[in-house]
Design a protein around this ligand. Structure first.
Ligand code: GDP
Ligand code: MG
Length: 266
């Protein structure tokens, strides 16, 4: 199955198997949107803007193959628990953020980790197999944590010990410390191309004006075999119905892949 992504007036086709969703969760004001902003455009804002639920899409051409990464930047308060559940169900990789200077935000990450495992195990029962759940726990605001740290590293590391799909990183979105390493670690665990990490591809921006240019930019025209990433300017959060279809298709695909593996092994 191919998915069509509109980028300007150029249409990009991304195979469904190369489409992923990254879900960013955590209490309010811990720096989720700041981490996402570092990922998308390398920028940091000191000013706080509350998030309801932001959706972004990044499209890649990696050595000639198209990939798509959807990013769901959630709100910390979750006024609609069913929506959070749906976000978790559609997630392929997770970033759980707390602030190193806020104990309560760490407790929230512990609750979220538990909830993700519970929600995903419902899906696991459907597919009758343990789902791999690539997840990074991220202690943010490392830049001033020495002054008022409320969560020792050793305690946060305990949350990921013994799980090869889960890792802990201390980062600073403000100073851009360890952020690239965190994304690299997450993509490695998820077996996604390393080039999806911000530091490992050339960033191409498509301005709105370019979209209407007579000779539109098109990633398919990228001739050499490097890695390119572009933030999609027209990304909209899919509807609940599309999310449900996405989950159904994913469960089906995973089931088919397992059947194929069985046939190959026999
Ligand atoms: P969100 O509610 O989790 O999305 O948090 P935001 O990303 O909106 O950040 C909340 C506030 O914390 C903003 O004022 C940011 O400027 C600030 N902030 C985010 N990351 C850092 C960081 O690494 N260090 C410091 N000192 N402040 C940060
Ligand atoms: Mg936010």
């Amino acid at each position: 199955m191919m998915k069509t992504v509109s980028s300007g007036n150029c249409t990009l086709s991304v195979p469904a198997k190369n489409s992923y969703r990254m879900v960013v969760l955590g209490a309010s004001r811990v720096g989720k949107s700041s981490i996402v902003s570092r990922f998308l455009n390398g920028r940091f804002e000191d000013q706080y803007t509350p998030t309801i639920e932001d959706f972004h899409r990044k499209v890649y051409n990696i050595r000639g193959d198209m990939y798509q990464l959807d990013i769901l930047d959630t709100s910390g308060n979750h006024p609609f628990p069913a929506m959070r559940r749906l976000s978790i169900l559609t997630g392929d990789v997770f970033i759980l953020v707390f602030s190193l200077d806020n104990r309560e935000s760490f407790d929230e990450v512990k609750r979220l980790q538990k909830q993700i495992l519970e929600v995903k195990s419902c899906l696991k029962n459907k597919t009758k197999e343990a789902a791999e759940l690539p997840m990074v726990i991220c202690g943010n605001k490392n830049d001033h944590s020495e002054l008022c740290r409320q969560v020792p590293s050793t305690e946060a590391e305990l949350l990921v010990s013994g799980d090869e799909n889960c890792a802990y990183f201390e980062v600073s979105a403000k100073k851009n410390t360890n952020v690239d390493e965190m994304f690299y670690g997450l993509f490695s665990m998820a077996k996604l191309p390393h080039e999806m990490s911000p530091a490992l591809h050339r960033k191409i921006s498509v301005q709105y004006g370019d979209a209407f240019h007579p000779r539109p930019f098109c990633m398919r025209r990228v001739k050499d075999m490097g890695a390119y990433g572009m933030v999609s300017p027209f990304a909209r959060r899919p509807s609940v119905n599309s999310d449900l279809k996405y989950i159904k298709a994913k469960v089906l695909r995973e089931g088919q892949a397992r059947e194929r593996d069985k046939c190959t092994i026999q």
